[in-house]
Design a protein around this ligand. Structure first.
Ligand code: NDP
Length: 391
């Protein structure tokens, strides 16, 4: 029986994870569930999965949750310390890192430093702290398994020797597929008017709001490009983005002998979650089998970098390295929150990020302090530009 902590249990990935866990009560037990603002939803999950611990944002939320749980034997913790405690506890076998944004960095790193099996959905944590994060994985003997469907696909299509380098493994390129999001066919001139509701209406995936906006701007693919570089020790030039609107091929690996290995499946996050939970075994995920006859055809396009400026900015940050990805990520979080709040327009997201990157000097990302300082400063600058770009 494996004990699982689900960070970000009330979110979209949290729900898919708990769906898979519930299908295998003989294999998995929930050790801890965490949330930030949705206390009622967390209470429902606690009553159903009966975790030993639950974690919320602060003492007031903890008192509210405790009252909702009544006599349930579940200890309620709060704050970053509580999150780190349940991701590093000795009893825990695996941690699903599914908090959105930079808030997930500390508890995810705590799980890595405790040598856990870490199921990484929270790509922002790796984007911010890449080198440091991967060093910690090595140093503490953690097992890092990608949950992003693209990286999970690449992980499945690579030989197990990939950590010794892509070149010795005979890999030429990693082909990262992208749906193109809800605005793939929207002309650039119409993007100035799009609303948060339109940006969140993803054609293939049902996801949290932040990643939905990231998908619409293609920043999600940019963050994934950086994530792929760290996970698979690839140079940015070895990662090519391919727009594939059906989201059935989740990514591909191109080998020097001309072989291209792809992983296919219905667009449902329960597949990569079940893969990572059970790895190296396979378990049922509840996902329907892929029907190739219904699909009939698969399309591929080059991304339009003039329209999706965020993707270009992310590639540049990946090439620059140091604190550039942390600055990019922080500015994006501020800009997306501003867009979702109705304070700024969709096209302003890229502008705010670009101005922040131009204004803030990139330094070496050689300590957690330098990364957190870059993140803090970038948020300050991005908030200034958000105010300038307000509607
Ligand atoms: P959601 O917005 O649906 O859920 C986010 C979760 O994080 C919620 O449980 C939320 O709690 C919690 N949370 C938010 N802010 C904080 C905070 N400051 N401190 C602690 N917890 C917090 O996001 P998703 O599930 O869509 O995405 C989660 C992560 O997975 C993201 O990094 C995303 O990029 C990645 N991912 C998501 C995919 C998807 O299909 N959704 C696919 C691949 C990757 P509360 O609900 O209480 O606010």
């Amino acid at each position: 029986m494996q004990q699982i902590t689900v960070l970000g249990a009330t979110g979209s990935i949290g729900a898919s994870t708990l769906d898979v866990i519930a299908r295998h009560p003989d294999r998995y037990q929930v050790f801890a569930l965490t949330a930030h603002s949705r206390i009622d939803a967390l209470a429902q999950l606690c009553l159903r999965f009966k975790p030993r611990f639950a974690v919320v944002a602060d003492a007031a939320a903890a008192a509210r949750l405790q009252a909702l749980l009544g006599p349930l034997d579940c200890e309620v913790l709060h704050g970053e310390d509580g999150l780190c405690q349940v991701s590093s506890a000795a009893e825990v076998d695996a941690v699903m890192a599914a908090i959105v944004g930079a808030a997930g960095l500390a508890p995810t790193l705590a799980a890595v430093r405790a040598g856990k099996k870490v199921l990484l959905a929270n790509k922002e944590a790796l984007v911010m702290s890449g080198a440091l994060f991967m060093q910690a994985v090595q140093e503490y003997g953690a097992t890092l398994l990608p949950i992003d469907s693209e990286h999970n696909a690449i992980f499945q299509a690579l030989p197990h020797t990939y950590r010794e380098g892509l070149k010795p493994a005979g890999v030429r390129r990693l082909l990262l597929t992208a749906s193109g999001g809800p605005f793939r066919e929207t002309p650039l001139c119409e993007l100035a008017q799009v609303t948060p509701a339109q940006a969140c209406a993803h054609p293939n995936w049902s996801m949290g709001q932040k990643i939905s906006v990231d998908s619409a701007s293609m920043m999600n693919k940019g963050l994934e490009l950086i994530e792929a570089c760290w996970l698979f020790a690839a140079k940015p030039a070895q990662v090519e983005v391919v727009v594939h609107p059906q989201s059935v091929i989740h990514s591909l690996v191109d080998y020097i002998d001309g072989s291209v290995l792809a992983q296919l499946g219905n667009p449902d996050m329960r597949t990569p979650i079940a893969h990572a939970l059970a790895w190296p075994e396979r378990i049922d995920s509840g996902v329907a089998p892929l029907n190739l006859f219904e699909l009939a055809h698969l399309d591929f396009f080059e991304p339009d970098l003039d329209k999706f400026v965020c993707l270009r900015l992310a590639r540049e940050a990946a090439e620059q390295c140091g604190t550039a990805p942390a600055i990019l990520n922080a500015a994006n979080e501020v800009a997306v929150a501003g867009f979702l709040a109705g304070d700024t327009g969709f096209l302003q997201i890229a502008r705010i990020i670009e101005r922040t990157l131009q204004q803030q000097a990139v330094t070496a990302a050689d300590s957690l302090d330098s990364i957190l300082e870059a993140d803090r400063r970038a948020r300050e600058i991005a908030k200034h530009w958000l105010a300038q770009e307000s509607l």
